[in-house]
Write a protein that binds this ligand. Sequence first.
Ligand code: HEM
Length: 185
Amino acid sequence: MAHLVAQPEIQAKLRAEIQHVVTGAGAGVEDEHLRRMPYLRAVVLEGLRRHPPTRFTVPHAATEEAGTTTLDGFSVPRHVAVNFTLAGMGLDEAVWPDARRFLPGGEGEGVDLTGGKEIKMMPFGAGRRMCPGVGLALLHLEYFVANLVREFEWKEAPGEPVEFAERLVMKRPLRAIAVPCTQVT
Ligand code: HEM
């Protein structure tokens, strides 16, 4: 939401997609609408890439004797806890050079969040202990963002530009003004 407040042109593009798909007076955003909103999916994935809510996976450990497990050339001794810093992973510019990212033609188009094929980001972890709530989480994120942007225009509060500095959470919490879309001229 902070990025949408700071980049009104992207917010407007997203609202246009939502309004194009959800038509009819009194109609609400439904599950089947979400599947026809590629820009919404791209916005949500970009948020998860840049700001994964979980900074680390739960600690993992090698179960085999030392020398058996290696990570990027480092030997991982048995039972030593390994934490993956999810927040840094999605920010590798060598992996994410193209601004289109999750849009058609971008390197993240059709990204596999389970890590089955490859790992470019892993906001839900990967492998056997990955988040079992991934489907529900994506559904809720898309549903919330779609409704928030459909109902309101989100603007910067006067004198309080969005600051993206983080210390686990936003260093300065987001303050924004929500203008009901019926009042937007
Ligand atoms: C944006 C929302 C969410 C994010 C970013 C997220 C992220 C994560 C991450 C990174 C892990 C650790 C995975 C690993 O260690 O490899 C995890 C584990 C887990 N998540 Fe989520 N999660 C989200 C929502 C949910 C929801 C909605 C549920 C349940 C309905 C859920 C249930 C769990 C459970 C039970 C685990 C532990 C799995 C295990 O250790 O086997 N999560 N999640």
